[in-house]
Design a binder for this molecule. Structure first.
Ligand code: ADP
Ligand code: NI
Length: 215
């Protein structure tokens, strides 16, 4: 099988596995990460075959979709091994996916350029207009308010408070979204993050003004 056919097969595999997941990892999240990763990968001179495969498969090992993260990773590896992909390439894609889904305190850094590119693309999907939309969608699904002015912006919520939905959509900007710009790996990814960061700042400014009946 040529590379284009393997990418097409990966796209199909993801569509079938994710279906209409509404936990923020629907197929269209994957689609956007895939497109953004290709763009960054081209500019940064990364191996696009690895970038595309890792972008397409990056959320399939998520605990929410599998019995455990290990079971999810095994499923993805099994699929890759059934394709005409070299062993080193399978290992490389799996390394990227497992690093991205790492849930420990300090996320390990990406070892390769391809990993850096895909991680940047995933982070970018949490930013800008799309990131704002995803935040409110996720928040509503968790039963959180869009905003509560009595809740002081906090950047130190515990993982447990977070899971219990004790945050708000607006607070999520301070918890996570406004910090992501500083975590970008590649120069081009960072440039994109800066544009999306400004969109979120403008959104927040308008939001607070409207809240007070100004504008
Ligand atoms: P990913 O694994 O793709 O990086 P997550 O599963 O952490 O994303 O989150 C999915 C989406 O929901 C992201 O856009 C993220 O910013 C948003 N999100 C995550 N946690 C919260 C929260 N507590 N409140 C509002 N939005 C959230
Ligand atoms: Ni993702």
């Amino acid at each position: 099988m040529d590379r284009e056919a393997i990418i097409a097969a990966a796209e199909q595999f993801v569509q079938q596995e994710l279906g209409s997941d509404s936990s923020g990892h629907d197929y269209w999240h994957i689609f956007r990460v895939w497109q953004t990763a290709k763009k960054i990968g081209q500019v940064e001179g990364a191996d696009l075959f690895i970038v595309e495969l890792a972008a397409l498969l990056h959320d399939l090992a998520d605990e929410k979709l599998n019995e455990s993260e290990a079971a999810g990773l095994a499923k993805v590896r099994g699929w890759l091994e059934a394709q005409d992909v070299a062993v080193e390439e399978v290992d490389h894609v799996m390394e990227i996916i497992s690093t991205m889904s790492f849930k420990g305190g300090n996320k390990p850094g990406m070892r390769t350029l391809e990993g850096a590119v895909v991680q940047d693309a995933d982070r970018l999907d949490a930013l800008g207009a799309v990131g704002i939309a995803r935040t409110f969608a996720y928040s509503g699904a968790k039963g959180q308010l869009p905003h509560d002015p009595q809740l002081k912006p906090r950047t130190d919520m515990t993982a447990q408070e977070y899971r219990q939905g004790k945050s708000t959509a607006i607070n999520h900007f301070y918890e996570k979204l406004l910090k992501l710009k500083e975590l970008m790996n590649t120069a081009y990814g960072r440039q994109m993050a800066e544009g999306r960061h400004r969109v979120m700042e403008a959104f927040l400014e308008q939001f607070y003004a409207e809240w007070e009946g100004q504008r």
